[in-house]
Write a protein that binds this ligand. Structure first.
Ligand code: KG4
Ligand code: ZN
Length: 365
C-alpha cells in the first residue's frame, strides 16, 4: 500500500495554524479553497482564506440537469486554474500548503476522479498528507465552520441539495449516523424538474422560489409523501407527477378544457409548500427520535426563503437551536473540506491508494 509517509510534517505543525488546500469536484462545481486551522492541541478557529468555485451552470442549463460526461470534462479543464486561483487569492504559494483535502464520495465517478487525481498529485509532489473526506460530512460541518463560537454537535443534520435529501444523527463531526433519506429524487432535483415543467429555467430552485412568491401555496393540494408516517424517508416523485398532471391532465385522459389555464405561480407556490412541509416535519421527527436539540442544514435547497422561515418557526416553537450556514457555504464549495481539520487533529490521514466512491455511506465517518 502506498502510504502518505508525510505524517511527520502534519505533526510538526501540531500547535501551529496550518494552511490546507481543499478540493471539491463531486458533481458540477469545480472548487478549491485554502483554509487555515488548528493542529492538535490548538484551539484556533478555522478561517477561509480563499474559496473559488467555477460553476458549470452554462454547460448543463440546456439539458435541464447535470450531464456526467460533460461535468467530468469541464472539471479537467478547470481544476488546475481553480487551484492556482485559490492559492493566489489566499496570498500563499503551493509550497506553504501543509495538507491537501479532497471529497472522495458520494458523487459522479468521473467528476470525483478529477479532484482526487489532482489532490494525490499535489500530495505526492509537495510531500504533504492527503485527507479524504465525505462530501455529506463536509456539508454538515459547514455549520461549525460558519459558527465557530457556537456548539454545533451533537445535532441532527439534514443535507438537502440536487443530489441529496438525507438526515443524520451526528454525535460529533466524524460520527454521523444515517437516519433516513429519499427513496427516489432529491428535493433539489424535484425543484429542478418542476421548474423545467413550468418553463421556469435551470437551476430550478431559485426560479421556482421567485415564481412561488407570486402564487398561493394553498391553491393545489399536492401530496406530502410519508408525512404522517414514523419512518424517516422522503419521496418526491409522486409530487412531481402531481404537478405534471395538473399541467397536462392524466395520461389517457383528455385534459378537460379548463375554465382558466393553470396559474404557474400557484403551482410553484403549492409545490414549494409541499416540499417545505415534508422537510420540516421530518427534521422534527428526527429531533424527537434522537432527543437532540440542535439542527444543522446543508445543501443548496437551504437557500430557499420559505424553507428557512418554516425551519426558524419550528425551531423557536420546539426549543431547537438551528444552524444554517451562509449560502456560499451551503452550496457545493471546497470550504466543506474544513472537516479535514477534525481528521488531522485525530491523525487521520489517507493512504494514496484511496479510491472514489459514487454511493452514499450509511455512516460517513
Ligand atoms: O448543494 P448544491 O449547490 O449542489 C448539489 O446538488 O449538491 O444544490 C443545488 C440544488 C439545485 O437542485 C437547486 O435547484 C437547489 O439546490 N436550490 C434551491 C434554491 N437554490 C438552489 N432549491 C430551492 N430553493 C432555492 N432558492
Ligand atoms: Zn452537495
Amino acid at each position: 500500500m502506498l502510504a502518505t509517509d508525510h505524517n511527520q510534517e502534519a505533526r510538526d505543525c501540531d500547535s501551529a495554524e496550518m494552511p490546507i488546500l481543499a478540493i471539491e469536484t463531486t458533481c458540477d462545481e469545480t472548487g478549491a479553497a485554502v483554509l487555515v486551522g488548528p493542529g492538535a492541541g490548538s484551539t484556533a478557529v478555522i478561517r477561509v482564506l480563499s474559496n473559488v468555485v467555477a460553476s458549470q451552470f452554462d454547460l448543463h442549463a440546456r439539458f435541464g440537469g447535470v450531464v456526467p460526461e460533460i461535468a467530468a470534462r469541464a472539471h479537467l479543464t478547470k481544476i488546475l486554474p481553480v487551484i492556482d486561483q485559490a492559492v493566489v487569492e489566499a496570498g500563499l504559494t503551493l509550497k506553504q500548503i501543509r495538507a491537501v483535502a479532497v471529497a472522495v464520495r458520494p458523487g459522479l465517478v468521473g467528476s470525483l476522479v478529477v479532484g482526487l487525481s489532482a489532490a494525490k498529485s499535489l500530495a505526492l509532489a509537495l510531500r504533504i498528507p492527503l485527507i479524504a473526506f465525505d462530501h455529506l460530512e463536509g456539508h454538515l460541518y459547514a455549520s461549525q465552520l460558519a459558527f465557530p463560537e457556537r456548539i454545533v454537535y451533537p445535532c441532527v443534520g439534514l443535507v438537502v441539495s440536487g443530489g441529496h435529501t438525507h438526515l443524520y444523527a451526528c454525535e460529533g463531526p466524524l460520527e454521523a449516523a444515517f437516519l433516513g433519506g429519499t427513496i427516489d429524487d432529491a428535493a433539489g432535483e424535484a425543484f429542478d424538474k418542476v421548474a423545467s415543467m413550468l418553463g421556469l429555467g435551470f437551476p430550478g430552485g431559485p426560479a421556482v422560489e421567485r415564481s412561488a412568491a407570486l402564487g398561493n401555496p394553498r391553491a393545489y393540494a399536492f401530496p406530502r409523501a410519508f408525512i404522517h408516517e414514523e419512518r424517516l424517508a422522503f419521496s418526491f416523485s409522486g409530487l412531481k407527477t402531481a404537478v405534471l398532471y395538473t399541467l397536462k391532465g392524466k395520461p389517457g385522459q383528455l385534459a378537460a378544457p379548463a375554465a382558466s389555464p393553470p396559474h404557474i405561480p400557484d403551482i410553484a407556490a403549492s409545490f414549494q409548500q409541499a416540499v417545505v412541509d415534508v422537510l420540516v416535519q421530518k427534521c422534527r421527527q428526527a429531533l424527537a427520535n434522537t432527543g437532540m436539540k440542535r439542527l444543522c442544514i446543508g445543501g443548496g435547497v437551504a437557500a430557499n426563503g420559505a424553507f428557512r422561515k418554516a425551519l426558524q418557526a419550528m425551531a423557536s416553537r420546539d426549543g431547537i437551536e438551528l444552524f444554517i450556514p451562509p449560502l456560499d457555504l451551503c452550496t457545493d464549495n471546497a470550504a466543506l473540506g474544513a472537516i479535514a481539520f477534525e481528521k488531522l487533529r485525530r491523525g487521520l490521514t489517507t493512504p494514496l491508494d484511496v479510491d472514489v466512491e459514487a454511493g452514499l455511506r450509511r455512516s460517513p465517518a
